[in-house]
Design a protein around this ligand. Structure first.
Ligand code: ADP
Ligand code: MG
Length: 533
């Protein structure tokens, strides 16, 4: 046969295709969104590969998507000059269901078909139609409008390309294609009823509605070969907030999130100063499918100056925030940063700190603070909420005391907390580096200000010492001796310290260091000194 070798679709794909073909789904137009989204991903991948292998771009460096309707033949072509696919990739990507969103879709579909009574057919179609709209099921959605689909594709570094053909019923064929252009060209042989997608106005409207945010040009070609750009052509996150409406954010979310539903919360921030980055992050409105998967991988895409780098950047987002979807684009990372060393990049560490909610997202702090848990000097291994802490404070206590450092156990033993322990006052242990950043921003909780026990006067005389911790009166030094001692210490240490004072803080240790009121917290000062180098 001249059609090349035949391959059967994976069973789930066949099921999905059957659904597509008979879909009652009204918004069939989303097939175009899916194809453009794939084309844009393919261009992103090539742009990234070309950083280290500029030859891959050859004399065709203007990456773009081109849509060409041919009303005579009834064929709609969506082409890109991106990374293309080799034979194996064609078989894997367009023959099986690899991506989690689609898999979840098929699962839900299968569950809903549990009874499988024929007379329920209408109801089931309605249900599946709803799901298609929610999920967006990728490449296969083109069978909603096409009775036959051909894919011609070639990798940039290969001489020969491939042609994939299918009518969406059970199997596809693959054959070599001698003069395939670089990238991927999808030819949709539209059904009679779906020829509306050949009308330029219809295409333009659909692109505007779903793909305006795509960061590369989308061209619409007419019969005489003239091209017109039909999208904005700049990455959504790089545009000013004021120019973006909610619908555009929503479409961008659909493009990158692969989640049903809409964003529940959108954070679009541009950080300037010592490091510069833009983040556009979304909190989905439903639980992710991989909630219980052991690989706690997040789904935030990393870009450097609008060049896609990776969506597997470990450490960009803390694991507990892995339900967040979105984009981080930094102009400070080196373009040729390797994916492997990214994790240890100091700039990335700073971006990550910036992305953690308590610090950057001060508006949300009233909702986030009650969720945070702390260890404390009195709490053993227990994690306290701020409410628990505040509720068990004695009446005389006006501040939330904390001590910061690197190691919670060392903090528990530090001399600065002795006096607090002796008076039964709990001290929170702030051992996460990020604590140093949100604490000054947040300032207080329920009108109780946060107060470092290593800073300023301890104002401990307002609290009574527990009996067992009372000092032995007979040990008290004769009057005047303390003043002499202080004078001697001051003289010896000279400029190394600002002041020497007696303190209520200590019960066992003879001395401890504290920062003056208004000066930086000692631990923060240490952290900052480390970062200077
Ligand atoms: P998804 O985009 O979520 O991975 P799709 O069903 O849309 O799922 O596409 C499946 C895979 O097929 C893609 O991940 C990609 O590897 C490949 N693919 C699809 N379209 C293209 C294209 N235009 N260029 C290169 N690869 C493509
Ligand atoms: Mg896709």
């Amino acid at each position: 046969e001249t059609n090349g070798e035949r391959h059967a679709f994976q069973a789930e794909v066949s099921k999905l295709l059957g659904l597509m073909a008979n879909s009652l789904y009204r918004d069939k137009e989303i097939f175009l969104r899916e194809l453009i989204s794939n084309a844009s991903d393919a261009c992103d991948k090539l742009r990234y590969a070309a950083i280290t292998q500029p030859d891959l771009l050859g004399d065709d460096a203007a990456l773009a998507v081109t849509i060409t309707p041919d009303s005579k033949s009834g064929v709609l072509v969506v082409a890109d000059n991106g990374i293309g696919m080799n034979r194996e990739e064609l078989i894997d990507n367009l023959g099986t269901i690899a991506r989690s969103g689609t898999e979840a879709f098929v699962k839900q579909m299968a569950e809903s078909h549990g009874g499988d009574g024929q007379d329920e057919q209408d109801g089931q179609d309605g249900f599946a139609a709803g799901l298609i709209g929610q999920f967006g099921v990728g490449f296969y959605s083109c069978f909603m409008v096409a009775k036959r689909v051909e894919v011609v594709t070639r990798k940039p570094d290969e001489a020969e390309g491939w042609r994939w053909r299918s009518d969406g019923t059970g199997s596809f064929s693959i054959a070599p294609e001698a003069d395939a252009a670089r990238g991927t060209r999808i030819e949709l042989h539209l059904r009679k009823d779906d020829r509306e997608f050949l009308e330029p106005l219809r295409i333009r409207t659909v692109v505007k509605a779903y793909s305006d945010h795509i960061g590369l040009p989308i061209w619409l070609e007419n019969d005489s070969g003239q091209k017109e750009m039909v999208n904005e052509g700049s990455a959504l996150w790089s545009r000013p907030k004021t120019d973006i409406d909610e619908a555009q954010y929503r479409e961008f979310y659909h493009h990158i999130a692969h989640m049903p539903g809409d964003p529940w919360h959108t954070i679009h921030l541009h950080a300037e100063g010592r490091i510069e980055y833009t983040a556009l992050l979304f909190v989905p409105d439903s639980r992710p499918f991989d909630l219980f998967e052991p690989i706690r991988q997040h789904r935030v895409r990393l870009y450097v100056r609008r060049v896609f780098i990776t969506d597997e950047c470990e450490g960009l987002i803390p694991p507990y925030l892995r339900f967040v979807r979105g984009v981080v684009d930094s102009s400070d990372l080196a373009l040729n940063v390797s994916r492997e060393t990214l994790q240890n990049d100091p700039i990335l560490a700073k971006i990550r700190t910036g992305l953690e909610g308590l610090y950057e997202d001060a508006e949300q702090k009233d909702r986030l603070l009650p969720l945070v848990r702390f260890r404390s000097t009195g709490g053993g291994d227990r994690w306290l909420s701020l409410d628990e802490y505040v509720d068990s404070m004695p009446e005389e206590q006006e501040a939330i005391y904390y001590i910061s450092g690197e190691d919670p156990d060392a903090l528990r033993r530090s001399p600065q907390v002795e006096g607090f322990r002796a008076r039964g006052i709990d001290v929170l242990l702030m051992a996460d580096p990020v604590d140093q950043f949100w604490l000054p921003v947040v300032g207080a909780y329920k009108e109780k200000s946060f107060r470092s026990v290593t800073q300023g006067a301890a104002d401990l005389d307002r609290f009574a010492v527990r009996d067992e911790d009372k000092p032995d009166e007979t040990d008290a030094p004769p009057p005047g001796e303390i003043d002499k001692l202080i004078a001697l210490v001051k003289l010896t240490l000279a400029d190394a310290v600002k002041d020497v004072r007696t303190s209520e803080r200590l019960t066992d240790s003879p001395v401890c260091l504290v920062a003056d009121e208004g000066d930086l917290d000692m631990h923060l000062e240490r952290l900052l000194r480390q970062h200077k180098h």
